[in-house]
Design a protein around this ligand. Structure first.
Ligand code: PLP
Length: 459
């Protein structure tokens, strides 16, 4: 290590008084705003009143607010954050050395809480606003289980009931995730289920289906809108979720500013876009205001390539087509991705904010195969100590690729990536990889064309 490197600690933590007091609303700095959500019946922009039966009121205000730059974080939420935040910003000295790169690699680690991912940042905010509204409980869907776990923790903290619809394939593959949720008091139902109209319909049309996030969303929304005192909450995609996740980027930027570090490149895994949207928020804000430039890369699985092979169009958020329409990079709401092991990245669509920024050319995207993702995960785990979630390992893969490019060119780029969580519940996937029986699934153009042919026609 050279002397300049020694000045930068291995882990940069913020002091409690340096923690963000406000969320940052990236949309306020976008000249061209993300397209509005549309009512699935009338195709008119959704109003506060349209959303009231589905979502919590304060969260709807946040969803619709595209002008307020900074939104205060209520003290109760900040008190909860103190239990596991600030999250460390780590200089990956060991990984750099192993690769032999002149690049400087940093990662913001969000796996230091029982839910094991960044999802708790938004779960606690959403549970707080539900409680404040006097609700009895909330419903949601979960894919790989991280969001359901985070929401269960948040609901138990604020004494709210929590009903989770879990994509069937994950429910069966990850029984221990389910037990964590039940330990925190949530009820967990495999989706599609016979407990809802839409679930029964999907089961009838696709018997033996292993489910998808789109199906589970439809079920959770149906239960929320038909039960007194319940609302639906969502762990990704929505603007409000990106807003809550801005805490990741705000902390990362403060920590970097403290040591005068400027990333050249910011990399994150993109499922629905919440961690990436949060990580890049303050940096993208500078980029939008013309104050600085950063290369921003979204990484998605080749089996569910919304950005790289999808279409920027209005689409349904769910298979049951009861949710609002949003304009996003989508593979079509009927798209059921092959069962890959990064469950958190299997959604057919993408955040409207990131979709608009991608369309404006403000960020790039790459699709990677799962075997190369696990190779990167192990390379990382062996030197940096942390067992990464398969979702997070998508970002690791591209960070390593970029660091290797720097080795060839001799460029000393500074790379920041989001390490969104840990992979202790993903050991079946690691087992498959270690046994050499993991496969890569890449949809054919025909499959994607077919599911895109069912996009709704908006007048
Ligand atoms: C859910 C999840 C993701 C992807 O979701 P985004 O909303 O795109 O952030 C990434 N990493 C982990 C660990 C997750 O749990």
């Amino acid at each position: 290590m050279n002397s300049e490197n020694q000045m930068i600690p291995y882990k940069i933590y913020l002091e409690e008084n340096e923690m963000p007091t406000h969320y940052y609303n990236l949309r306020a700095d976008m000249e061209k705003k993300p397209a509005p959500l549309l009512h699935p019946g009338t195709c008119k922009p959704l109003t506060f009143d349209d959303m009231k039966p589905i979502f919590c009121e304060e969260l709807i205000k946040q969803e619709l607010d595209e002008d307020t730059r900074f939104i205060p974080i209520p003290q109760e939420i900040r008190d909860f954050y103190k239990m596991y935040r600030p999250s460390p910003l780590v200089r990956a000295y060991c990984l750099e050395e192993r690769i032999g790169t002149p690049a400087k690699i940093y990662y913001k680690f969000e796996g230091n809480n029982t839910s094991g991912s960044h999802k708790l940042n938004s779960a606690i905010a959403q549970a707080y606003f539900a409680k404040k509204q006097g609700l009895k409980g909330v419903t949601t869907e979960t894919g790989a289980g991280q969001w359901g776990t985070a929401l269960s923790m948040a609901c138990s903290y604020f004494e709210l009931d929590c009903k989770v619809y879990m994509v069937k394939v994950s429910y069966e593959q990850k029984p221990f995730r389910r037990e964590v949720m039940r330990t925190y008091g949530a009820s967990v139902t495999p989706s599609p289920s016979d407990t809802t109209n839409i679930g029964r319909k999907i089961l009838e049309e696709h018997p033996g289906t292993t489910g998808s996030l789109g199906c589970a969303i439809s079920e959770a929304v149906e239960v929320a809108t038909s039960s007194e005192g319940y609302r639906y909450v969502l762990g990704s995609v929505l603007n409000q979720v990106l807003l809550h996740q801005s805490i990741i980027g705000l902390e990362a930027k403060s920590a970097m500013d403290k040591y005068d570090i400027k990333p050249d490149m910011i990399i994150g895994a993109a499922g629905g876009g919440s961690n990436l949207g949060g990580l890049i928020a303050p940096f993208m804000g500078e980029k939008l205001r013309g104050e600085a430039d950063y290369q921003i890369i979204a990484v998605e699985p080749a089996s569910c390539p919304s950005f790289t092979r999808g279409k920027y169009a209005y689409d349904f958020a769910d298979t049951g087509r009861i949710c609002p329409l949003s304009k996003m990079y989508t593979l079509g709401s009927d798209y059921i991705p092959a069962p890959n092991h990064a469950g958190g990245l299997r959604y057919h669509g993408m955040s409207t904010t990131l979709s608009e920024l991608y369309d404006q050319g403000m960020m790039e995207a790459r699709a990677v195969n799962q075997t190369e993702v696990f190779e990167a995960a192990e390379e990382f785990a062996r030197v940096e100590g942390i067992l990464p979630a398969p979702e997070s390992a998508h970002a690791i893969k591209v960070a390593i690729d970029e660091a290797k490019k720097c080795k060839e060119t001799g460029e000393e780029k500074t790379i920041l990536f989001g390490l969104t969580g840990t992979g202790y519940f993903d050991l079946v996937a690691y087992q498959k990889y270690n046994d050499g029986i993991m496969e890569d699934y890449i949809p054919t153009d025909e499959e994607i064309r077919e599911s895109l042919s069912h996009l709704p026609v908006i007048e």
